[in-house]
Write a protein that binds this ligand. Structure first.
Ligand SMILES: [Zn+2]
Length: 420
């Protein structure tokens, strides 16, 4: 292990101390104090390594290394925020790897006297997780124009605090407008078991799954849970329970592992003893390998819901949806990272990402290259048990640095055509 690898791992341990939980995880939901502390530490790390740091209106932190005055930038990054009681690798690894890869690349260019084609910048995207404030991938969503800034700033958490208020509370908002970009690259943990099972060190992300996350309200009628005749009841919890089972059962219509589904958030009203519930609100999360499968899954569920409405005498309303279509990553970017992994002697393979990432948004506006490192512990993520070995973290950084160096040298043909 080199001294720069050791300094990366030391920084990773320090970063993981912010919002640390009892079982080696972190809890740093967007714009909480723990997220703020992590961000402040990261800004300090950037400044001490010669980056110019600024923050945009949705709280994305940018660190710029200008090596060629006026040239567009290759942007690298991920997210520092986490789910509640989460692992310390999701997102945070990618942000720290971005900073270290940029520093290594800059230092190499200086040592060799090389003038690159593009400058380098790193970013911590605000609120990738979307747990405290929905939807997920908020910072990159605003940056790419997918989400409206004013609407997002007014979005409230469960306590009624807006994104704008929360960002001000951690001194996390600015007016920065980033310079033109030539390319974007991100490295992340796989968050699944595929690479670990196969013994693959470097994942070349070739496509995203499609996802539909939507909120449902099941409405019945509040009444006495003992006195009301069974035939008179309109029990929102019963209706919700049947919809929840239907969300799982719709998978029977598809090949194994082609579609994933879950209920990820649930509220019952009035949630009171001796009372049949009048309303249940919950979030349905359906993902599929292809957009057409997702549409079929949604249609199956709509059919099931119509039957449940009649059977339980409840209404089921969809009140808001976020949809991400499946889509490929740039072939030339996959080939560039494949050749880097190959040359450096690491096992590699093309992989799909089942999870959404900021790169999913970025690839819509700029040539984007995404890498994975394996997740151990059966691939578990959004859990304190999330784990990746030091060796895999360092191997990922090594390949990522090579990819970043080549991107800065303009080796990705499409980066010369980028507009933003
Ligand atoms: Zn993540």
């Amino acid at each position: 292990m080199t001294s720069t690898d050791a300094s990366f791992l030391t920084d990773f341990v320090t970063m993981s101390s912010f919002g640390a939980t009892a079982n080696s995880g972190v809890d740093r939901q967007a714009a909480t104090a723990a997220d703020g502390q992590t961000r402040d530490w990261f800004v300090g790390l950037l400044i001490s390594n010669g980056f110019t740091v600024d923050i945009d209106p949705i709280g994305n932190i940018f660190g710029l290394l200008e090596m060629v005055p006026g040239a567009p930038y290759v942007l690298l990054g991920s997210h520092l925020d986490s789910q509640p009681l989460a692992g310390r690798f999701d997102g945070a690894y990618g942000v720290l790897a971005a900073a270290h890869a940029a520093i290594r690349t800059r230092d190499r260019f200086v040592a060799e006297g090389t003038t690159p084609t593009f400058n380098l910048a790193v970013v911590d995207w605000f609120n990738e997780e979307g747990c405290r404030f929905k939807p997920s991938m908020m910072g990159s969503g605003v940056f790419t124009g997918l989400l409206d800034l004013a609407k997002v700033l007014a979005t409230k958490d469960a306590q009624g605090v807006t994104v704008a208020e929360a960002l001000h509370a951690i001194n996390g908002v600015g007016t920065f407008s980033p310079p033109p970009l030539a390319a974007y690259s991100e490295i992340h943990i796989e968050q699944g078991r595929g690479m670990d099972d196969a013994g693959t060190t470097i994942g070349l992300v070739s496509s995203t799954w499609s996802a539909r996350k939507y909120e449902i309200v099941v409405r019945g009628e509040q009444s006495h849970s003992g006195a009301t005749r069974m035939k008179d009841r309109r029990d929102a919890v019963l209706g919700a329970a049947k919809v929840i089972v239907a969300v799982n059962d719709l998978l029977k219509n598809f090949e194994e592992e082609a579609v994933h589904s879950s209920i990820s958030e649930l509220y019952v009203a009035p949630n009171s003893p001796v009372t049949v519930a009048r309303e249940v609100r919950f979030l349905i999360d359906i993902r599929a390998r292809e957009s057409s499968l997702l549409a079929q899954a949604y249609a199956h569920l709509q059919d099931a819901i119509a039957l449940i409405e009649a059977e339980c005498r409840v209404t089921v309303e969809e009140v808001g949806a976020s949809i991400w279509e499946s889509g490929p990553f740039l072939e030339s970017g996959i080939e560039l990272s494949r050749s880097s992994a190959e040359t450096l002697g690491f096992t590699h393979d093309r992989v799909l990402t089942l999870a959404g990432h900021d790169a999913t948004n970025m690839k819509e506006i700029v040539p984007t290259v995404m890498l994975f490192v394996p997740s151990g512990a059966d691939g578990i993520s959004h859990n304190e048990r999330e784990f990746t070995t030091d060796a895999d973290l360092v191997s990922g950084l090594t390949v990522f640095t090579d990819v970043v160096t080549r991107l800065a040298l303009g080796e990705l043909p499409e980066s010369h055509l980028a507009l933003k």
